[in-house]
Each structure stands twice: as structure tokens, then as C-alpha cells.
Design a protein around this ligand. Structure first.
Ligand SMILES: NC(=O)c1ccc[n+]([C@@H]2O[C@H](COP(=O)([O-])OP(=O)(O)OC[C@H]3O[C@@H](n4cnc5c(N)ncnc54)[C@H](OP(=O)(O)O)[C@@H]3O)[C@@H](O)[C@H]2O)c1
Length: 323
């Protein structure tokens, strides 16, 4: 585990937050790497020489994704380890197996995510957006933190969303037990929690003088399967279907481009802990990667501490506490 450094070490680390990093020969864990943005990130980072560990719920889809990448890059190093990030037992099993089989980590990309119109819960009764998009990432990060390479620059990259901007966290009822459910509000809640977690994680890591930084990136809007497979973005009318097809053709990004901010956060030299990247075009929907607008709530330290505390209590995974 991390031990407390001297104040001199902390100061040195703060000045070195912008640490150059090549992903070549680095171990990169990507959750949800079998499709969409996670797949694109896996492919691109494998092409840059990273050793990719696909952390996937559907192993069959992951095998197909892996062979798609290998068909283009036969020397790519890609392995698969099963993970259902919404299920606490699966997150713990994954971390234990990672420790046994790999033991060393350079980059963790918490990408797996859902958007679903119906209220759904994991085996502990936690609302599924929160459990998948946020709590699983919080727990996984804590359980993998001891394996981060301590002698090199390493990163936790959390995948955010434009939706975090209207996200609110209900500390009394985080899992929608007593509140009328709204799926887009639930999605936004999971993403404001992710944004706040990233800032708070980075703050705590820097306080410890860690060589690991935490930062985040969002893809804008991308034509992935995310909303389609659950029907969350399925239009109800013929006009809606027409409008959506035009939107997809003209407005939203293809997954390959949408993954660029995430790849940048994971592998570019000129990033710092706490940075937030996204497309810089109109409304940050698509475009060239640059700094993105973050909800000021995500930077609020008191809010960050509260989100952290409730996350420790809900997941049973405590780390970097008392900082
Ligand atoms: N697409 C957009 O416009 C957009 C916009 C903003 C933010 N994002 C964010 O980008 C990230 C990736 O989304 P995407 O658009 O690439 O969606 P996608 O194509 O649906 O991919 C989502 C990935 O997450 C995985 N996943 C879902 N639940 C999981 C679980 N319980 N355990 C493990 N893996 C799980 C999926 O695996 P399965 O195949 O097993 O379901 C899939 O690999 C998400 O965090 C999302 O919130 C996307």
C-alpha cells in the first residue's frame, strides 16, 4: 500500500504532475473494451505498443473484438479478463485475478457504461447506472491501486459525459429507492459522481505524493450501440426515427473519432492530473480534442469528500481514506 511521503516529496510530485508518458510496453486495463469507444481505445493503444487487458462482461464479444484487432495488428498484445463492473463480487474477483496473473498496472481506463430507460438494479439493489458507470469504477480503482507501477508515471482515466453538467447527487437516496426514477437523471448522476471522483482521486493521490494521476475525458456524442441496445435512445415515431438517422449522419461522431479524447487522456504527454478532455466543436458534440467544460460541482472539495464517503460505504471498498 502507499505510505505517507514527506512534504518535500509531495511538493516534488505536485510539480511533476505533468509527467511524460509513452504507452509502449505499458499495461493498460480498459473496461468495456469489446465495443464502442472502449474498443477503439483498445485498438489505438495496442497500435501504440501497449499491452491491453480487456476487462469485459461479454467474453464472447471480447474474443471477437480481440481477433478483429489481431487481424489488423498480428503482434498486438491483447488479453481478456472477465469483469461485470456492476457486480461487486465480479469486481473483487477481477482485481484478485489481475494481482495473480499480471500484478503490475500502468493505465486504468474506466470506460464501461450503460444508459437504459428502465429502473434496474444490481444484486445488492443498487441502481444500475450508478452501479455500472460509477460505483464499479470506484471499487475497481481502489482494488487495483496497489498494483500501479510505483516507479513510473501512471494514470487512471475515467470516461465522463456531457450529461454530468446537469447531474445532481442525492446523498439521501443515491439509488432511487424513494424518489421517482428518471433514467437520464440517473445517468447524469452517475457521471457527476464520476467527474467528482476523478478530481477527488487526483487530489488524494497528489497529497500522498503518488506517481499516479487521475483525469477524465468525454467522447461527445458518438454513434455507438450504447443507447440503441437498451432502447434508451430509440425514437417512438417515424419522424423521430428519420430525425435520429439524420442526426447520426450529420451531427454525432463516429466511435473512432469519439474515442480520441479518451486516448489523449491515457497516452498524451501534455496532460495533468485533474484535466478533463473532450471534443471542442459546437456544444462539445464532436471535433478536435481539447480541454472540456466541467461542472464546477465536480471541483467542489466538500462535494468530492461526500461522494467519496458514500462510495466507500456503498461499495465496502475504502482507500486513500483520511486525506
Ligand atoms: N456514445 C456516446 O455518445 C457517449 C456519450 C457520452 C459518454 N459516453 C460514455 O462512453 C463510455 C462507452 O460507451 P459507448 O458509447 O462505447 O457504449 P457501448 O458501445 O454500448 O459500449 C459500452 C461498453 O461497456 C460495457 N459494459 C456495460 N455494462 C457493463 C458491465 N456491467 N460490466 C462490464 N462492461 C460493461 C459493454 O459491454 P457489454 O457488451 O457486455 O454490454 C460495452 O463494452 C460509457 O462510459 C459512456 O457513458 C458515451
Amino acid at each position: 500500500m502507499h505510505s505517507k511521503p514527506s512534504s518535500l516529496q509531495i511538493e516534488k510530485s505536485l510539480h511533476e504532475r505533468n509527467m511524460p508518458m509513452s504507452v509502449s510496453d505499458k499495461t493498460v486495463v480498459i473496461t468495456g473494451a469489446n465495443a464502442g469507444i472502449g474498443f477503439q481505445a483498445a485498438q489505438k493503444l495496442a497500435g501504440s505498443g501497449a499491452r491491453i487487458l480487456m476487462a469485459c462482461r461479454s467474453v464472447e464479444k471480447a474474443k471477437q473484438a480481440r481477433s478483429d484487432i489481431l487481424s489488423q495488428m498480428s503482434d498486438a498484445e491483447i488479453e481478456i479478463l472477465p469483469l461485470d463492473v456492476s457486480e461487486p463480487s465480479s469486481v473483487r474477483d477481477f482485481a484478485a485475478r489481475f494481482g495473480e496473473q499480471y500484478g503490475k498496472l500502468d493505465v486504468l481506463i474506466n470506460n464501461a457504461g450503460i444508459v437504459t430507460p428502465h429502473l434496474a438494479r444490481n444484486s445488492l439493489g443498487y441502481e444500475l447506472h450508478l452501479a455500472t458507470n460509477y460505483l464499479g469504477a470506484f471499487a475497481l480503482t481502489g482494488l487495483l491501486l496497489p498494483f500501479f507501477n510505483k516507479t513510473a508515471a501512471t494514470r487512471v482515466v475515467n470516461v465522463g459525459s456531457l450529461a454530468h453538467r446537469f447531474g445532481k447527487f442525492d446523498f439521501e437516496d443515491p439509488n432511487w429507492n424513494n424518489t421517482r426514477y428518471n433514467n437520464w437523471k440517473a445517468y447524469a448522476r452517475s457521471k457527476i459522481a464520476t467527474a467528482s471522483f476523478t478530481m477527488e482521486l487526483n487530489r488524494r493521490l497528489q497529497k500522498l505524493g503518488s506517481t499516479t494521476i487521475a483525469l477524465s475525458a468525454h467522447p461527445g456524442f458518438a454513434a455507438t450501440d450504447m443507447g440503441r441496445k437498451t432502447g434508451a435512445t430509440t425514437p417512438k415515431t417515424a419522424f423521430g426515427r428519420w430525425y435520429q438517422s439524420k442526426m447520426e449522419a450529420w451531427v454525432v461522431a463516429v466511435p473512432e473519432r469519439a474515442a480520441e479524447p479518451i486516448i489523449h487522456a491515457a497516452s498524451a504527454d501534455d496532460v495533468c492530473g485533474g484535466d478533463y478532455y473532450g471534443p471542442t466543436g459546437l456544444f462539445e458534440i464532436k471535433g478536435r480534442t481539447g480541454k472540456a467544460r466541467i461542472n464546477p460541482l465536480a471541483k467542489n472539495i466538500e462535494f468530492g469528500r461526500q461522494v467519496w464517503a458514500v462510495s466507500e460505504s456503498l461499495t465496502g471498498v475504502s482507500y486513500l481514506s483520511d486525506l
